[in-house]
Design a binder for this molecule. Structure first.
Ligand SMILES: Nc1ncnc2c1ncn2[C@@H]1O[C@H](COP(=O)(O)OP(=O)(O)OP(=O)(O)O)[C@@H](O)[C@H]1O
Ligand SMILES: O=P(O)(O)OC[C@H]1O[C@H](OP(=O)(O)OP(=O)(O)O)[C@H](O)[C@@H]1O
Length: 207
């Protein structure tokens, strides 16, 4: 079987993804999680793992330097990379939502802060609402609290961050889970190896 390069997201999906790989019967060594290395070859299973920033995973896969990768649906929607989405891994459940201050009222010059400017612009455009979208890179909940924006579009999971900052969820845009994606050429040229990984995953994902 062909050797595969798999892009794994560092950060919060990483542990759940590694757990899923092990559950699927892929022999991932115990030191995998403790390493600071960014390329980790696991020769026993014929896979080189690369550890990437979550938002960059679709880029590595689109350019074919990784054959497959694990990434949140939120990143896929925002990055709009040309990749195949093979499988819903049903890990890292959360949702993309619009939130605002508890006493939020419509204004004449609405501004929306978000890490997801494309998703947010599309959502409000399809609703026929005119908003100014402001791109931020983190701590999005700050924006309404200090008057930068009147609403945010951001990930909500437990709702704790919203609650502790006096914000409420106004509308859910879409539920989010992590996905297995593939490079289009790899999917044709390395179909046997990719199908093998897909089947391994599929056997342990709840339907
Ligand atoms: N609070 C959360 N609960 C569950 N899943 C989440 C949560 N926040 C984000 N996610 C999911 O995990 C993915 C990775 O999030 P993480 O916080 O590790 O990266 P990030 O810091 O947002 O990414 P980047 O550094 O590239 O901006 C997100 O794309 C999303 O799919
Ligand atoms: O509903 P909760 O369980 O509180 O989770 C939601 C929070 O988690 C994410 O932030 P993250 O911790 O990734 O930090 P960030 O602000 O740097 O994006 C997201 O952007 C929310 O702020």
């Amino acid at each position: 079987m062909s050797k595969l390069t798999v892009a794994m997201p560092k950060g919060r999906i990483f542990e759940e993804a590694v757990e899923l790989l092990r559950k699927a019967g892929l022999d991932i060594p115990p030191e995998f999680e403790d390493s600071r290395r960014l390329i980790i070859p696991v020769d026993e299973i014929g896979i080189d793992f690369i550890l990437a920033k979550p938002t960059d995973v679709p880029t590595y896969v689109e350019y074919g330097v990784a054959d497959i990768g694990v990434v949140g649906k939120d990143v896929l929607l925002e990055e709009e990379r040309d990749v195949y989405e093979l499988l819903d891994l049903k890990i890292s459940y959360c949702r993309l939502s619009v939130a605002g201050l508890a006493n939020w009222q419509p204004t004449d010059s609405p501004r929306v802060a978000t890490k997801y400017p494309k998703v947010a612009s599309k959502y409000f455009r399809e609703k026929g609402a005119q908003v100014e979208v402001i791109k931020l890179n983190g701590s999005i909940e700050l924006a309404p609290m200090i008057g930068l924006a009147d609403r945010i579009v951001d990930i909500v999971s437990t709702g704790r961050t919203l609650k502790e900052n006096g914000l409420v969820e106004l509308e859910e845009i879409t539920p989010i889970t992590s996905r297995l994606i593939a490079n289009r050429v790899s999917y044709r040229m390395k179909s046997e190896a990719i199908d093998y990984v897909v089947e391994k995953f599929a056997s342990v994902i709840p339907s």
